[in-house]
Design a protein around this ligand. Structure first.
Ligand code: OOG
Ligand code: NI
Length: 463
């Protein structure tokens, strides 16, 4: 039996998840087709964009690039999920504390790390751990902890396959196939609830997220996200088709040079659930949690660029807070545009001011050889021997993520509460530390510069 690479396992997993979610939530299939049509049309009419995506090695994966999200209830579940994703070459990057926005979770994103692995398939899973310290009623909290402790989200066979991977470093043929099937089951939707309807209602009143995590048999995938090259158009198109879209696009405003990440979504749908009842009967009711999202990714920012982004977003929100219903959506967009006028919107300027990360590559269109004293990256770039293209941001934004959560939690009373920003607690639940967001972009940029310089010094030697 031949070894199946982690990249291959992840690629197949992403495809299988997409198929499963389209069956579970048919509107997601509509959304995905809509985004594909928009992308095809945009790429047909924008030659420069196609060139840029090709040079940065980002064109092929556009069609299959998407992320998903899950929510888990305990340290045991979070660490099991970490081990599961590592079989697919996905590692925890970044720590997002959403309690600051009134959401009782903290999160990370499991994703591939290197440029080569990302270009094979960039599937990521935003993973949130419920913060049970949010439940102030001790009796209820202990009851919930007990339920979560009993829950087994991974089958014994899946755990055995993960162990096998951890001891041998890979999975072969049929084992990899079985691993995929078993993994898919972890994220499947269960229409029969694991708690009775009274407890469900009690948890719902406390916070809809708690009900969503605790009441079911596993961490069902709660959305998938195709990537578009024109999210404004996707937002308009959703509205045109009568799809119940989120009121605002999260993240930075529309720009010539897109930065970081912009997101929108259709709101979560009400789904039929069968609950057991303490009197032994079954009660048919509904649950609202699962939705479909669209993302547009732009260039990754350096710490300096990220600080500027954070400052401008804070300034925007100090002036207008999106009301969630869309009544002040226009005003919010205008204010966002005004504040972000201070963010350079030109790739060369972003590079010169060290605000963003770039992928450098040899420009084969220029055939003249550089002169000896020009074989450094600065001159190579100035003379067009080397081109530079955006390194795409692969991570998430805490304020945007909170906005996505909130738009799907209609019944959430925005209770204010304070929980400690507790990265240590999260990492100890995870059983590992989370990777730094910036380090990997830095490494990709450096590697691309080294490759270009080496290319021209080799040519130089051959002369
Ligand atoms: C996750 C919401 C955040 C994103 O893309 O920022 C998110 C969730 O609802 O579980 O998916
Ligand atoms: Ni998302």
């Amino acid at each position: 039996m031949s070894v199946v690479s982690k990249n291959n396992v992840r690629k197949q997993f992403a495809i299988a998840m997409s198929t499963m979610y389209q069956q579970e939530v048919p509107l997601y299939g509509t959304l995905k087709n809509m985004v594909e049509d928009i992308n095809r049309d945009e790429l047909n009419t924008n030659v420069a964009l196609v060139e840029q995506l090709t040079a940065g090695n980002n064109l092929a994966r556009l069609a299959e690039e998407r992320h998903g999200a899950i929510r888990v209830g305990s340290a045991k579940e979070l660490s099991a999920i970490r081990r599961l994703f590592s079989v697919m070459g996905m590692y925890p990057v970044g720590y997002y504390d959403l309690s600051v926005a009134g959401i009782p979770v903290h999160s990370t994103a499991f994703r591939p790390l290197t440029h080569a692995d990302l270009s094979v398939n960039a599937f990521r899973v935003f993973t949130s751990l419920l913060r049970l310290d949010f439940i102030s009623d001790k009796v209820l909290r202990e009851k919930v902890e007990g339920i979560l402790l009993q829950r087994r989200i991974c089958s014994p066979r899946l755990l055995a396959l993960i162990n096998q991977f951890e001891s041998s470093g890979d999975l072969k043929g049929d084992d990899a196939k079985e691993f995929l099937e078993e993994s898919l089951n972890v994220f499947r939707w269960h229409p029969d609830a694991a708690v009775d309807v009274d407890l469900y209602q009690e948890l719902l009143r406390l916070h809809p997220l708690i009900a969503d995590v605790v009441s079911f048999k596993g961490p069902h995938i709660n959305h998938l996200t195709p990537a578009t090259v024109n999210i404004d158009r996707a937002q308009q198109e959703m509205k045109k088709r009568g799809i119940d879209a989120k009121a605002i696009i999260e993240g930075p405003p529309t720009r010539h040079c897109p930065i970081l990440l912009r997101q929108t979504a259709f709101k979560s749908l009400s789904e039929r659930v069968v609950f057991p009842h303490s009197n032994g009967e079954r009660v048919v009711s509904s649950h609202t949690a699962r939705f479909g999202e669209i993302e547009q990714r732009g260039i990754a920012l350096t710490p300096k660029g990220q600080a500027l982004y954070d400052r401008l977003l804070n300034q925007t929100r100090a002036r207008v807070v999106p009301d969630g219903k869309g009544d002040n959506a226009g005003e919010y967009d205008i204010t966002l545009g005004e504040e972000f006028a201070a963010f350079p919107d030109n790739y060369n300027e972003l590079r010169l001011q060290n605000l963003a990360y770039f992928y450098f590559s040899v420009n084969h269109k220029v055939t003249a050889q550089p002169r000896d004293h020009e074989r450094n990256i600065k001159s190579l770039m100035a003379n067009g021997h080397v081109r530079f293209d955006p390194i795409i941001y692969e991570d998430f934004l805490p304020v945007s993520a909170a906005g996505i959560f909130q738009s799907n939690l209609d019944s959430a009373k925005n209770k204010s509460f304070t929980l400690k920003n507790n990265r240590d607690e999260f990492e100890s639940a995870l059983g590992a530390s989370v990777e730094c967001i910036f380090e990997h972009y830095e490494a990709i940029q450096k590697e691309s510069i080294d490759r270009c310089v080496k290319y021209f010094s080799k040519k130089y030697r051959e002369k």
